[in-house]
Design a protein around this ligand. Structure first.
Ligand code: PPS
Length: 312
């Protein structure tokens, strides 16, 4: 019994030897993989908890002259305007009434804004084989902070029927770390996920950015994304976007705080916008865990040129 209680409460399903998704997504992976992509799509791709929602909000503000109320009327939240390709039928797991189906995505008018955590090798051929050239923005985050964020999301951000607070509080970070080292975290290997897109960073339709740069120079990254999207902004608009996509603003705004989704925001849950900093891992990793992690990091990214900032 004690053994049971220290296990991570899991709601995952294995898709392949090297990829795990949330259970509700499993049956729909064939549709995700055969989805028709358009050249004028805009796709944001990330490993989980790497700053997706922040970048999505920045993009929507950029494309709407710093004013998302132009497109969010009628209570349209960020996930409706910018749905996750694989976020289909979460009702299988969470009894969530408002889920988006692949068909809905296929019927969306252009230009579509789509989010995905699926690794490049399991996305559709149109993207994988460069048959279509949608704009792709990849946000990468240092894995210690991404894991710390995932730990809280997994343990406190998810409402899973039948799993009690006791189940959550009992499982330590070391369990998630073990999963991470085994490439068994949801959406599979962090290393492969990052490297697959890193190797495309020089494609003209790909922008590879870092969460840590967004923290260090929010305005500079807004400008970089706007340039990539061929959108001219005034300095005043950039400043407005920085204010409207600040951590605290996004946390209090129902447009971006996911307060409408029961599955990821139960009354006792950690808010989706939890901490929003670089280096929170230091409050969670022991020295030994950190040293072991650094060794793996060096091995995995050796010779690739991919390097993250772990503290500011
Ligand atoms: S998800 O569920 O994978 O789509 O999550 P994702 O949006 O990729 O990442 C969630 C983390 O991003 C942080 N976040 C922000 N940081 C700074 N500024 C702003 N505006 C912002 N919005 C979201 C969010 O707090 C999560 O990180 P942690 O470390 O848990 O705070």
């Amino acid at each position: 019994m004690a053994e049971e209680k220290t296990k991570l409460p899991r709601h995952h399903g294995r898709y392949s030897e090297d990829m795990v998704v949330f259970k509700g997504m499993l049956a729909y992976m064939p549709q995700v993989r055969s989805m028709k992509v358009r050249d004028d799509d805009l796709i944001i791709a990330t490993w989980i908890k790497c700053g997706t929602t922040w970048a999505q909000s920045i993009i929507l503000h950029i494309l709407n002259d710093a004013d998302v109320s132009k497109v969010s009327s009628g209570g349209k939240t960020i996930d409706k305007l910018f749905p996750m390709i694989e976020q289909i039928n979460l009702s299988l797991l969470f009894a969530e009434p408002e889920t988006i189906e692949v068909e809905d995505i296929e019927e969306m008018p252009s230009p579509r804004f789509l989010k995905t955590h699926i690794p490049l090798r399991y996305l559709c051929d149109d993207i994988k084989n460069r048959l279509k050239r949608p704009k792709i923005i990849y946000v990468s985050r240092n894995p210690k902070d991404a894991l710390t964020s995932l730990y809280h999301f997994d343990m406190k951000g998810f409402y899973v029927p039948g799993v009690t607070d006791d189940d959550y509080s009992a499982a330590p970070l070391s369990h998630l770390l073990q999963e991470f080292y085994n490439d068994d975290c949801v959406f599979g290997s962090y290393w492969k996920h990052n490297l697959e897109f890193w190797n495309r960073r020089n494609d003209e339709n790909v922008l590879f950015i870092f969460y840590e740069d967004m923290i260090k120079d929010h305005a500079g990254q807004v400008k970089k994304i706007a340039d990539f999207l061929d959108k001219k902004l005034t300095d005043e608009q950039i400043q407005q976007i920085v204010e409207k996509t600040s951590f605290l603003k996004m946390r209090s705004d129902t447009f971006s705080n996911y307060s409408h989704i029961k599955a990821i925001q139960s009354p006792t849950a950690t808010p989706f916008q939890r901490k929003g900093v670089v280096g929170d891992w230091k409050n969670h990793f022991t020295v030994a865990q950190s040293e072991e992690f650094d060794k793996v990091y060096q091995e995995k990214f050796a010779g690739t040129g991919l390097q993250h900032i772990f503290e500011i």
